[in-house]
Design a binder for this molecule. Structure first.
Ligand SMILES: *Cc1c(COP(=O)(O)O)cnc(C)c1O
Length: 347
């Protein structure tokens, strides 16, 4: 079942909304076996969004945005993207026979994300400049031409993305104490907060979580309180200097008694490798930012040890292997037999 079928009553869909799905959502909430123990946290979970059909949480919102765009008669979808939005939009466009146009910041997107958009048949334009410039450009174009803008400024994206919060509550039986996730354009933190509040209002949860957002130090406009003209970070999915849902993120933070803080690229890559090496979960660098922040919060004594904590792993590690390979030993090159192999392996 896709997210529209599973959560129809909570979504802006009706009898005239076409059925669209790639069986997105219903991703596993994986209990930590090793990191939680090492940190002294009894109830640590990972919401593994990398298992969505195109490898990131973007599919949840995209399926609703695509269904609504088709309902409104659109046949051309467009977005600016750091990679995952374009992969997702292109897949749903392919599935529904619509045209997909993707504008990416030239030279800045991970190869595997680009390959997805191209394989799904999107027209890809690599625009000189950063993501914020690409988004400005497509917003301007969409205001003048008959194309459906599929960025997270599209309100249906946020609606679909809130289903991840529903799934967490449905599985745990209540909201967690802390929900920790990366913040780029800030659509996802806005969506989760909406989802938790709606479930709480509907009596499906007895409490609301503290919303904790992680930005990268070189791309931390919300933490700094002002836009960053030239954002820099290895975590390309959150390399954003002027988030479209800024207000949504600060509301989620303030209304929930949460926080948004920055972590360094070194902390991100080291959290990523620890997650893969000690839990068997390979997530892309942006997804490791909230885990890096959790390490710091625990070190500073800011997390209650018996709290239920959920870290959202927003995208698959297979999305951006180049970024990850910088932090591991390369393979051993060997020309030899079993004996030489055993010797090299010190067996
Ligand atoms: C899009 C994305 C983010 C950032 O989400 P926002 O809604 O833009 O804050 C984080 N991680 C991954 C893997 C993403 O694709």
């Amino acid at each position: 079942m896709g997210v529209i079928a599973r959560y129809r009553e909570h979504l802006p869909v009706g009898p005239s909304t076409p059925e669209v799905d790639l069986k997105e959502g219903s991703t596993p909430l994986v209990p930590s076996l090793n990191i939680g123990k090492a940190l002294g946290l009894e109830h640590l979970y990972f919401k593994y969004e990398g298992l969505n059909p195109t490898g990131s949480f973007k599919d949840r919102g995209m399926v609703v945005a695509v269904a609504k765009a088709l309902e409104a008669g659109h046949r051309v979808f467009m977005c600016a993207s750091t990679g995952n939005t374009s992969a997702s939009m292109a897949a749903y466009a392919a599935r529904t026979g619509a045209r997909a146009i993707v504008v990416v910041p030239s030279g800045e997107i991970a190869l595997n994300k680009l390959s997805q958009a191209l394989m799904y048949g999107a027209k890809v334009v690599a625009l000189k400049g950063n993501f914020d410039h690409a988004l400005e450009t497509v917003r301007d174009l969409a205001s003048r031409y008959p194309v459906a803008l599929m960025n997270s400024v599209n309100p249906h994206r946020i609606e679909g993305q809130k289903t991840a919060a529903f799934e967490i509550v449905d599985e745990l039986g209540d909201a967690p104490d802390y929900l920790i996730l990366p913040v780029g354009n800030a659509g996802n933190i806005t969506a989760y907060w909406r989802g938790f509040r709606q479930y709480h209002a509907a009596g499906r949860a007895t409490r609301l979580p503290r919303m904790v957002g992680a930005q990268a130090e070189g791309a931390a406009p919300i933490v700094n309180g002002s836009p960053v003209a030239d954002p820099k970070t290895v975590a390309s999915a959150i390399k954003i200097g002027n988030p479209a849902s800024w207000e949504g993120a600060t509301s989620a933070r303030d209304e929930s008694g949460g926080a948004i803080s920055a972590v360094t690229d070194i902390e991100i890559l080291s959290a990523q490798i620890r997650l893969a090496g000690s839990e068997g979960l390979f997530a892309e660098p942006a997804s490791a930012a909230p885990l890096a922040l959790l390490f710091r919060l625990v070190r500073d004594g800011k997390i209650d040890k018996d709290a239920v904590t959920v870290v959202v792993l927003t995208g698959s590690g297979l999305k951006d292997p180049e970024a990850s390979l910088k932090s591991v030993e390369p393979p051993i090159e060997l020309d030899g037999d079993a004996r030489t192999l055993a010797k090299v392996l010190k067996l």
